[in-house]
Design a protein around this ligand. Structure first.
Ligand code: ATP
Ligand code: MG
Length: 429
């Protein structure tokens, strides 16, 4: 027998039993983004490799070891499955000249790909919702993005998340901080692991984000960017905080917050939870004033964030929020010589009214079909046999409530099902 082919490691199927949670999440996000005035943009899943190398930075986890990169056999192009959405979003905005008409408030969602070691909350194909505001220099829009997140958590029924913020300052402040940081790290070379040693001159800031516990301990004593902020950076950061306080949003300043990507400056933030074990960051973002120019556009300030959908869904499930799943209204049972036409008419008629109908297929006795109707979870069995066809009526049997089966006109069925629950024709007197 042929060996079963399984899904690629770290890439998950999303099964129908979880459909309702995904749908609830996606609908809530969509409605909330519309309410907040952000418009949807959809980019391809594959981009030219250079886009990511140039924007994310060569000396980052993503570019060094996590990208799914391959050569297009037909023309030799180097292509990459997108590991994140900001660079593709900016690429699309520039390619279609969207900034010509003014600043853009955008959001997107979809799968991202990173070749990481799979574990709970960390997958090779995972999903993000990303929000990007391009053409705004902040800090008001920085604060707005936080307010948008906070509002979304509320709509999703998520509590137990904390906001951590920091600033990376201006490019000038970063340069000073960087040299101080390198000086510090040079004194502790023996503690650094191979990755960090390699990055000490190319991307020292990234070492602050190391997951290695020994390095994390060392980092506690490293010079922090907050001590090197220039006036403008400080003002930006203070205004941002004031707006959060005005909105009643509490936060913690975490001076060791850095972003994995190279292109951030000023405001950075993460929403974290202690409810998900090691993978506790559910949303991360910040300001990236340099990126647009870096990808080839005119200098354009910008700010954005991305949330990890799988981690958010895990939190939603933990919150025990009741999310209704799709229950069929009707399981349609039918048998007999002349029922076919009547059955099709009934199915179309009910579905046209938005009634969820499962049509029994594959024949079998009424008894067998009734068992299937029961197992389907449907609220009603609609029964069509020769008797019904002859009388021009339909039998409707409530399956979940104690009530009588009735025989009625097709045009009455929809009304009856929709109004069921109030006192009605079903209830035995
Ligand atoms: P980490 O430090 O956990 O590796 P990151 O800095 O690489 O995170 P970002 O690039 O900022 O993550 O992505 C934004 C969010 O996307 C993360 O906060 C997380 O919720 C989610 N995310 C990132 N990588 C994965 C993954 N491999 N699987 C599931 N979710 C992920
Ligand atoms: Mg990562």
């Amino acid at each position: 027998m042929a060996k079963n082919i399984q899904a690629v490691r770290g890439m998950n199927d999303i099964l129908p039993d979880d459909e309702h949670i995904w749908e609830f999440f996606e609908q809530t996000v969509r409605q909330w983004m519309v309410v907040c005035g952000y418009r949807n943009i959809r980019m391809p899943i594959v981009e030219h490799t250079n886009l990511f190398v140039r924007s994310i930075g060569e000396v980052t986890d993503i570019v060094e070891k996590e990208m799914y990169t391959f050569t297009d056999r037909l023309n030799g192009d180097s292509l990459t499955l997108r590991p994140e959405g900001t660079a593709p979003c900016v690429r699309a905005v520039l390619e279609h000249n969207l900034l010509y008409t003014g600043p853009q408030r955008l959001y997107y969602s979809g799968p991202m790909f990173r070749h990481e070691r799979p574990q709970r909350g960390r997958y090779r194909q995972f999903h993000q919702v990303g929000v990007e505001a391009l053409g705004f220099s902040g800090p008001d829009i920085d604060a707005e993005l936080i307010v948008i997140c906070a509002g979304l958590w509320k709509k999703l029924g998520i509590s137990d998340v904390c906001l951590e913020i920091s600033t990376l300052g201006s490019i000038e402040a970063r340069t000073v901080h960087r040299s101080k940081l390198i000086e510090f790290l040079e004194k502790h070379l023996e503690i650094l692991d191979e990755d960090s040693r390699r990055r000490i001159y190319s991307n020292p800031l990234r070492i602050l984000d190391s997951k290695n516990p020994e390095i994390q301990q060392l980092i506690g004593d490293a010079p922090g960017i907050l001590d090197y902020l220039d006036n403008n950076s400080l003002k930006h950061f203070e205004k941002f905080q004031k707006m959060l306080l005005d909105q009643g949003i509490s936060y913690k300043i975490n001076p060791r917050l850095v972003r994995g990507l190279d292109y951030y400056n000023h405001t950075v933030f993460e929403w974290v939870t202690d409810k998900l074990g090691a993978q506790g960051t559910i949303c991360a973002g910040g300001r990236y004033d340099e990126l647009v120019e870096h990808i080839g556009g005119k200098p354009t300030p910008a700010c954005g964030f991305a949330m990890g959908v799988e981690r958010l869904l895990a939190l939603i499930v933990k919150s025990k929020k009741e999310i209704p799943s799709h229950v069929p209204d009707v399981y349609l049972i039918h048998q007999g010589e002349a029922t076919d036409r009547f059955v099709w008419t009934t199915v179309s008629y009910l579905r046209d009214q938005g009634i969820k109908v499962i049509l029994h297929c594959g024949g079998g006795s009424f008894k067998v079909q009734m068992r299937k109707a029961d197992a389907s979870g449907a609220r009603f069995a609609v029964i069509i046999g020769d008797d019904e066809v002859n009388a021009g009526l339909i039998s409707v049997k409530p399956l979940r409530e104690k009530a009588k089966q009735v025989k009625i006109e097709l045009t009455e069925v929809g009304k009856l099902i929709k109004n069921f629950g109030a006192r009605n024709a079903f209830q035995s007197s």
